[in-house]
Write a protein that binds this ligand. Structure first.
Ligand SMILES: Nc1ncnc2c1ncn2[C@@H]1O[C@H](COP(=O)(O)OP(=O)(O)OP(=O)(O)O)[C@@H](O)[C@H]1O
Ligand SMILES: [Mg+2]
Length: 398
């Protein structure tokens, strides 16, 4: 298990999460399509890549498509076909569909793409016509449905694509059409095709914020949590054994207590910092030194994704409120009540309507909890990860 800090991990680098994998597989067996809801950086992509490779191991297709960077419906469809193509599925049909997409792309290049979007309309079941991108893609789904091999389609970062669509002309309408179209695909082709959606921005929050909840109400929500304390110990032992830095129980406990929330990513980062300073210190003082190292300006960018995602996912005023809440909370490790937070927000919004600010606060608190920033206990809100709280403090306060 290499000490990888950032990109998804696969094969021998993946710390096994058998209970989570078994839970997902059980759901698929009972024909559920899944929305993997989990905080940021919990290890969703790595888990789902493993899930896909397990599917292949039992003779099914596990197809993973990261649609981040796709800016329109056609790019999404192309990504899906590329991913299906990689598993060697019906190459002739794939070529035909790819040709159809190329034609659609050429036709689009001459016109204003944003104006109409791409026609994703579905065809009749017996319609082999490739006249629209939607129908061409559907011909593949029909083929899969009539074959004897099941396919798991994992779609990562769907909200990124939807946010990109929203920024274009008729964005709202196009997002709604794409989500409805995907829903009808799931309902029509449900014998052999299973779906799982995941992403660093929650699809559930995205659709709720835009009144599109019904487009995903057929998905079964499943959560993925950080590691348990026991797993965190096993994780650090495995890292230590593979990287020549054995950690004793006191050191492991000190790391787990300091991170406050054992995300695999944060354990990897602390371990990385320990290796960097390892020759100079040992024991729990080494752990302290590793944390100090992580909070040095040069290393803070590792956490920046947590701040950047707020700007991507929210409107500018909502992102400002979210950051104001987090700036306030990072200075209060013991937690703050909703009322205290409202007062803090109002102190910088003197002319604002308190009821409206309260409303935004309630919405933001819900999403920040879901995305793993904060935790509520007995009416008191606090940062969930101590490491992230320190980062926020270094970036925003000190
Ligand atoms: N099972 C695992 N074994 C080892 N390391 C892991 C595991 N899962 C996650 N990590 C660590 O977390 C990092 C991020 O993993 P991954 O990209 O899978 O998370 P994610 O939840 O998809 O993140 P994001 O919310 O940004 O999409 C990896 O680079 C690695 O350091
Ligand atoms: Mg991911």
């Amino acid at each position: 298990m290499r000490n990888i800090t950032g990109s998804p991990v696969e094969n021998g680098d993946f710390f096994d999460r058998p209970a989570d994998l078994a839970r997902l597989q059980r759901e698929f067996r009972s024909n559920a399509n899944i929305l993997l809801t989990a905080p940021r950086r919990v290890g969703k992509t790595s888990l789902v890549l493993r899930l896909c490779s397990l599917e292949k191991g039992v003779g099914r297709h596990g197809v993973y498509a990261n649609v981040e960077g796709c800016h329109d419906e056609l790019a999404f469809a192309e990504k899906l076909v590329d991913a299906l193509n990689e598993c060697g599925f019906h190459p002739e049909l794939m070529n035909r569909v790819a040709l159809c997409f190329r034609g659609a792309r050429q036709a689009l290049s001459g016109m204003k793409v944003g104006a109409a979007g791409v026609d994703m309309e579905m065809g009749e079941a017996e319609d082999p016509d490739h006249s629209t991108v939607g129908r061409a893609l559907e011909s593949i789904f029909r083929k899969i449905e009539n074959s004897d091999t099941a396919v798991l389609l994992a779609i990562d970062e769907m909200p990124e694509l939807l946010l990109a669509l929203l920024r274009q002309e008729h964005g709202q309408d196009r997002v709604s059409r794409l989500l409805h179209w995907l829903r009808s695909l799931r309902q029509t082709y449900r014998r052999n095709i299973r779906w799982i959606f995941l992403g660093s921005i929650g699809l559930d929050s995205f659709v709720e914020e835009r009144n599109l909840g019904k487009t995903i109400n057929d998905l079964t929500p499943m959560s993925l949590e950080a590691l348990t304390e026991e797993e965190a110990h096993a994780f650090l032992i495995a890292l230590g054994e593979s990287n020549d830095l054995l950690l004793d129980e006191a050191e492991r406990s000190a790391i787990i207590a300091k991170v406050g929330w054992p995300l695999p990513y944060h354990l990897q980062m602390v371990f990385h910092a320990l290796v960097d300073i390892g020759t100079r210190k040992s024991g729990t003082s080494a752990v302290e030194a590793a944390f100090t190292e992580l909070m040095k300006p040069a290393n803070l960018s590792r956490f920046d994704t947590w701040r950047q995602r707020l700007d991507e996912q929210f409107s500018a005023p909502d992102a400002t409120t979210a950051k104001d809440i987090l700036r306030h909370l990072c200075q209060h490790p013991e937690g703050r009540s909703r009322e205290q937070m409202l007062n803090a927000l109002m102190s910088t919004r003197r002319n604002a309507d308190a009821a409206a600010v309260e409303d935004v606060l309630a919405r933001m608190l819900l999403i920040l909890q879901r995305d793993g920033y904060i935790l509520e206990k007995n009416g008191s809100y606090a940062f969930r990860s101590f490491l992230l709280r320190e980062y926020w403090n270094c970036r925003e306060v000190r």
